[in-house]
Structures are given as structure tokens and as C-alpha cells.
Design a protein around this ligand. Structure first.
Ligand code: SAH
Length: 228
């Protein structure tokens, strides 16, 4: 779900609020200027329901309909930073949702592929991203399977809480590429995940690092035609 035409203007007020948010992200430890600059160029309020538009620049996650959320700005910044990729990189996102993270990846200058398992979200977000001029290839499908025809990916970013690392995603990483995935972990509690970075250093060698606790909606198996 996204803003109505009335909210598709990026006023000085919106720009000012966005700069304030970027200042908060810096204080919270986001240091990659390319990421902050990309987030400065994506009006987050475009991706939110009219009812929440006044909160678009609070550092919070929001529900976007169909029981899903638009990720927390800090989470979007951190995940994008963790990819650590130059312009032109081939990137796969799992969980298109509102399209906000997808737009930030597109603003980074990446070639973006994004998969969403909920038909209703796929149907509304795909034309919206195009209309707003954010270039991304969107697919309706199951993120556990990845997108083998467009592999290898320099980076794969999962934006839902995964119960385990999907084997297919590891196989679709380029050598040197990173998978950034929030993983369920009984030690951090129900509904919370540990941000995990898996790097493919050689064909069959992967290294693993963790980056703190986050909260995501669950990564669910198979496609769904209905809002669940
Ligand atoms: N990146 C989004 C975050 C949306 S929340 C944004 O910036 O708004 C996570 C999304 O992951 C939801 O839209 C949910 O439907 C989707 N999702 C959950 N399981 C999935 C799966 N197996 N494959 C693809 N998408 C999935």
C-alpha cells in the first residue's frame, strides 16, 4: 500500500525531516555516505499509507497492509551498508513489500531484482516503483528459491525473518558476494532475528559474521495469492 497522489510531492518540509532522520542514522552508527545519500534521494513518505505519512521520517517500522511492514529506516540503512557493494552490482532482494528498500537499492545504482510472495503487494508495488522512476525487476514468487536465471548475485538481501539459510540463495551468490539475512534465533526471543552476513569467499567456502538483533515479519514458504 502506498501514498495517494496527494502525497506524491516532496516538499521542503519532507526534505528537512529526511535530513533530520539521516542525522539520527549517523548518530546510530551508519557511516557509509553512499547509503545516506541514496536514502536522502528516496522520499520514504511515498511508500506509506496516507494515514501514517506524518510519521514517515520517524525512525520506526510501519504496517503497510496485508499484515506486513515497511522496514525501520535504521534497518534499511544497516542492511544496505552491510552489502558493501559498488554501483552497478547485481543485487537480489527477498521481500519487496512496500518497495522502499528496493528503491534505496535502486538509488545506490544497483541492478535490482526483488521477489515478493504476496500477490496483492506484488501487484501494487511493481507499477508504483516504475511510476516513481525506481528501476527494479520485480517478481511474484518464493524467495526461498531465489532467482537462478539472473544469478550470480553480488549481494542478496533478505528483508523478512528467516528460519534458516536457504541453500538456493548460497548457490546464487557470486564469489566474494554477501548474503545479508536476519535469522531466527531462540537466544534472542520470538519474533527477533540476528542479522547475519554470509560471504562466499570461494566456490565452496563461506564465512559467517553477525551484526546484532533486529525484528522482521516472518519469511514464509511458498507463494500466497491472498493477504495472509
Ligand atoms: N523490503 C520491504 C520489507 C517488507 S516486510 C520494504 O522495504 O517495505 C517483508 C516482506 O517479505 C513482506 O512483504 C512479505 O510478504 C515478504 N515475504 C515473506 N516471505 C517471503 C518469501 N518466502 N518470499 C518472498 N517474499 C516474502
Amino acid at each position: 500500500m502506498s501514498a495517494s497522489a496527494a502525497n506524491l510531492t516532496d516538499s521542503y518540509r519532507h526534505k528537512g525531516l529526511r535530513r533530520e532522520l539521516l542525522g539520527q542514522l549517523r548518530t546510530m552508527g551508519i557511516a557509509d555516505e553512499a547509503v545516506l545519500d541514496a536514502m536522502d534521494r528516496v522520499p520514504r513518505h511515498y511508500f506509506m499509507d496516507d494515514a501514517f505519512v506524518h510519521f514517515a521520517y520517524d525512525n520506526k517500522a510501519f504496517r503497510i497492509g496485508a499484515g506486513q511492514t515497511i522496514s525501520h529506516p535504521f534497518t534499511v540503512a544497516r542492511q544496505t551498508e552491510l552489502l558493501g557493494l559498488p554501483k552497478g552490482a547485481n543485487v537480489l532482494e527477498i521481500g519487496t513489500g512496500s518497495g522502499y528498500q528496493c528503491a534505496v537499492l535502486s538509488a545506490m545504482g544497483y541492478k535490482v531484482h526483488s521477489i515478493e510472495r504476496q500477490k496483492a503487494l506484488y501487484d501494487s508495488t511493481t507499477p508504483f516503483l516504475k511510476k516513481m522512476g525506481f528501476r527494479a525487476h520485480c517478481y511474484y514468487g518464493d524467495g526461498f528459491k531465489g532467482k537462478p536465471v539472473f544469478a550470480p548475485f553480488d549481494g542478496i538481501l533478505v528483508t523478512c525473518g528467516a528460519p534458516f539459510i536457504p541453500e538456493a540463495l548460497l548457490g546464487q551468490l557470486a564469489i566474494g558476494g554477501r548474503l545479508i539475512i536476519p535469522l531466527d534465533d531462540p537466544n534472542v526471543g520470538e519474533g527477533k532475528q540476528v542479522m547475519t552476513e554470509v560471504r562466499r569467499v570461494e566456490e565452496a567456502t563461506f564465512t559467517r559474521q553477525t551484526h546484532g538483533t533486529f525484528a522482521f515479519v516472518p519469511m514464509l514458504a511458498a507463494r500466497s495469492g491472498s493477504a495472509d
